[in-house]
Design a protein. Structure first.
Length: 95
């Protein structure tokens, strides 16, 4: 029973990593259709995962070069701010 619990979490983690990186920046699907706001938001949210993978794999990038311009950049920045906290820690007062 103890091993089944660990196996379940390991399986969940592997599936989550595969899902997170399936639409990572640098994918050939963006050659035909440039990445827009929603893909920028997604790439910002998964930026930490794609950074770690990009260290070991040269084909994975953090930022999609073939994008729509400011909408993609806005989505990317919002995604990064949402994932990393966006400065919310700076507004907390010390007691």
């Amino acid at each position: 029973m103890k091993y089944f619990k660990h196996f379940k979490w390991l399986t969940f983690a592997l599936i989550a990593i595969l899902l997170l990186t399936s639409c990572a920046a640098g994918n050939e699907k963006f050659d035909l259709d440039p990445a827009g706001f929603w893909m920028g938001l997604w790439h910002g949210l998964i930026s930490l995962v794609t950074f770690v993978i990009s260290i070991f794999n040269d084909n994975v990038t953090i930022y999609e070069v073939n994008n729509t311009g400011w909408p993609y950049n806005l989505g990317f920045i919002l995604g990064v701010m949402i994932f990393y906290g966006g400065g919310s820690k700076g507004t907390c007062k010390m007691k």
